[in-house]
Every structure is written in C-alpha cells, then in structure tokens.
Design a protein around this ligand. Structure first.
Ligand SMILES: [Zn+2]
Length: 446
C-alpha cells in the first residue's frame, strides 16, 4: 500500500513540473529633471530630490498551453484611460499580449511625477511645467514597451508558488479622521499575498500585495513610498530577485501613524513600514508555499456603474464665479459637458479581469480605488486561502465605494467624486454591479 509520504511526493513533483515559463524585467522610470509631483491636489509641487529610483516591473508567464500573460506593476499614482489604451495597444501590437492577459497595476504612489492626464483636475500647470510632464510621460510609455518586451524575452522554465502573510501597517482611514469618523467602520485587510517564481531552484521574482494607500510620504522627493522601500529591501536581502508590489484594495486605508512637515522623520517611518512588509514577505517565502498549477485562464469583462444626478446647469453657472482652483475646474468641466453632451455622463465603464491558475489561485483585478470591503467580500465568496483581490488596475477611475461606504458618506465615493471628473456619487447599485461581473468572470460565464 502506498504510504501518504510517497503519495505526497508524487503529488508535489507532479505540480512543480507543470510546465510554466516565466520572465521578469524592470525598467527605471526615475525622472531626470525636477518634475511636478502627483497625488495631492492644490499648489503645484516640483520634485527637489530623488530618495530612491522608481520602477516599472513586469512578470511574463507562459503556461503549458503556450498562452502568455503579463503583469506590470508601477511606482505610479495611477494610469488614465488614454494611457491604458496606448500601453495595451502597444502590448498587443508589438508583443502579441491580448488585453485580458495584460494586467496594469499601479502602487498608487503619491511621490511620483504627474503623467499624461491622470487626475488632471488636480493641477494647473504653466506651459513649462506641462512640457516637463509631457517629456516624462513619453519616457514612461517607452519604458512600458521595453519592460513588457524584456519580460517576454526572458521567459525560461519556472516554478510558481503562492501563500499569504500578514502585516499590520494599514489602518482604516475613515476611522482615523477626527472624532466623528471614529464611529465609522474600521475594516482593514492586512493580508500579504505572495507569488514566488523560481528558475533552476533560484528565486527570480516575488510578487506581493497589500491594501493600503502609499501616502506615508508627502514631501518633495521622488520615491516609491513604503511600497518602494519594501521592494528595495526585498531586492537587497534576496539578491538576484525582482520584487513587484501590487496595490490591493487600499482605497480606505492609510499607513498610520504618519508624520507631515518633517521629511527626515517621515522618510524613516515610510522605510520602517517597508521593512515590516518586506519581513512579512520573507516569512511567507521561508515557510512551505503551495505550488501553482496551470493553465492560466484569463477573462475580462465590463459593466457600467451609474452616477446619481449631477448639479443642474443653472446652479453650476451661479456658483462658478465664487470658485477657484480645482472646484472651479470641476464646475467648468460639467458646464462644458452640459453644452456639448446635453448633460454630464450618467455612468462610467468598469472593467474587471480574472486570472485563474488551474483550480488554485484566483486573481480578481478590479479598476480604480477600491475600498477594502471588495477584498474581504470576494475572499469570503471564493476562498480566503487562494483568492487575491486587487484594485488600482486600468485607469484611476475614482474611489470605488462598497454600498456600506456609499451609505456612510464621506470622502471615498461621495465628496471625492468631483475631482475625478464625475458629476455625482455612484448610485446604490455600485457594489451589486461589480459583484455580478466578478461572479460571471470567476464562474467562466463571461
Ligand atoms: Zn487615493
């Protein structure tokens, strides 16, 4: 009779020989000159120094069936529709990567340069500042092309594994803001999902995620915030490995405590948060991990998220003369939309991607600044141990509130909607629409 030990060995050897090929690459996107910094609205902030380089990183995977899929991570605040379209178009045309097999995640880094039209209502640039932004954006497009091509060119036989750790950096920011906010929910997701990629027994790449805004820093230096420090620490302590950070569902989480106005102290704190996260990843890697099987089934779908009625045209016009800065630009946009479209759009397009590794890991890639409820909800539905839910893919659409957050009100999903160019908060069908689409994609119905 076969012993359990022998059976286990057979199962393990079968799984590691699945037939994956993997390739990893990184491209430096550190600006070469002072640039306008992204992420925070208000007065234009020009960068004054580089704390550490910022990167695009790509992991290409080819399953035994020959399908190539690429995950690209970025130390950027987000992408716009225009950027996603251009990068995805290039990936398809130049590198043959179909849209559903290209995931574009950003860390939501608030210490990176402004690119293209991302969060354009935040900024009012001089002609010279606009040119600086455009030069930087052109470089970023080139690097996306390079990094995707380089990861595919580096494909080699590999073994993949998955497991999760925990790190306590994230605090729900709706609970942390002032005495009234303490009555609001304090949910967080402190899971640290990790995929390892090994070739010839050597660790080549580690992909790890966390649900928390990259806002430990707010000074005038270029850096990757706590996520940048975590990646640096992992690459230093695991020589020969590329560390890729994925922003999960950190829409309503901040790294706390934070320090403002004292750059050296704030940088030290951000570095400590990076160390904590890196240590969580190292502990996952040091323990047994589940081998990932193929094939990698990729699907993508789109739903519509509807918006509540906007401010009437007459009211916009009446209030406009009293406004300045970002609110003025928002009102001007809505007035233009009334004049050119009849009214500001009543919905947005919401794409979702799902990658399923054999019968194991499901990666649910959502769009925009998704709040933590989505991560907790889909992990509860599809399995806490093998579901990875992450927002901040595709364009930085808006905050994406759950029904709970929408009903509570507040910044994420209510007062924060105008600055993304949307006429009003979402209607109460928002969570239902997203849940339905995810369900269809996970079940293979779409
Ligand atoms: Zn944000």
């Amino acid at each position: 009779m076969m012993t359990l030990r022998v059976l286990l060995l057979i199962v393990l050897s079968a799984s590691v020989s699945y037939g994956w090929h993997a390739g990893v690459a990184r491209a430096d996107i550190t600006p070469k000159e002072p640039v306008p910094l992204a992420g925070y609205g208000g007065k234009t902030r020009m960068s004054e120094r580089v704390e550490h380089p910022i990167w695009l990183k790509a992991l290409a995977l080819r399953d035994a069936a020959g399908s190539i899929s690429v995950l690209v991570t970025a130390d950027l605040v987000g992408l716009s529709d225009k950027m996603v379209e251009r990068i995805a178009g290039m990936a398809l045309k130049t590198h043959g990567v179909p849209r559903e097999r290209l995931i574009l995640n950003t860390s939501h880094n608030h210490s990176c340069p402004v690119t293209e039209d991302v969060l354009w209502l935040y900024y009012e640039f001089t002609a010279e500042e606009s040119q600086t932004r455009d030069r930087y954006t052109a470089m970023v497009y080139e690097r996306y092309d390079e990094v995707i091509g380089a990861a595919i060119a580096a494909l080699q036989p590999a073994e993949l594994a998955f497991e999760q750790g925990l790190a306590g950096v994230a605090v729900n920011r709706r609970r942390s803001r002032g005495p009234e906010s303490r009555a609001l929910g304090g949910q967080v997701d402190q899971d640290v999902p990790v995929i390892t990629v090994k070739a010839n027994g050597a660790l080549k790449a580690v992909v790890f995620g966390y649900s928390c805004h990259t806002t430990a820093l707010g000074g005038l230096s270029i850096n990757g915030d706590y996520a940048g420090f975590a990646q640096l620490e992992l690459e230093k302590s695991l020589p020969g490995t590329v560390a890729l950070f994925v922003q999960n569902c950190g829409g309503d989480a901040n790294p706390l405590p934070r320090i403002r106005g004292k750059d050296a102290e704030a940088t030290h704190l951000a570095s400590m948060y990076g160390q904590v996260l890196a240590e969580a990843v190292r502990q996952v890697i040091a323990a047994p991990m589940k081998p990932l099987m193929g094939p990698l089934r990729a699907s993508m779908g789109e739903t519509r998220l509807f918006l509540q009625p906007g401010i009437p045209l007459e009211e916009l016009k009446a209030r406009l003369p009293n406004l300045s800065g970002m609110p003025k630009r928002e009102f001007e946009l809505f007035i233009r939309q009334y004049e050119s479209l009849g009214e500001p759009p009543d919905h947005v397009r919401y794409p979702v991607q799902v990658w399923q590794f054999g019968e194991g890991l499901k990666m649910v890639a959502l769009t925009g600044e998704t709040v933590v409820d989505y991560s907790l909800k889909f992990k509860a539905s599809y399995g806490w141990n093998d579901t990875w839910v992450f927002g901040y893919n595709n364009d930085l659409l808006s905050y994406v509130p759950s029904l709970r957050v929408l009903k509570e009100g507040g910044y994420e999903g209510t007062t924060g909607m105008f600055e993304y160019g949307h006429r009003a908060p979402y209607t109460e069908t928002v969570e239902e629409q997203i849940t339905k689409l995810v369900q269809q994609l996970v079940s293979g119905a779409k």
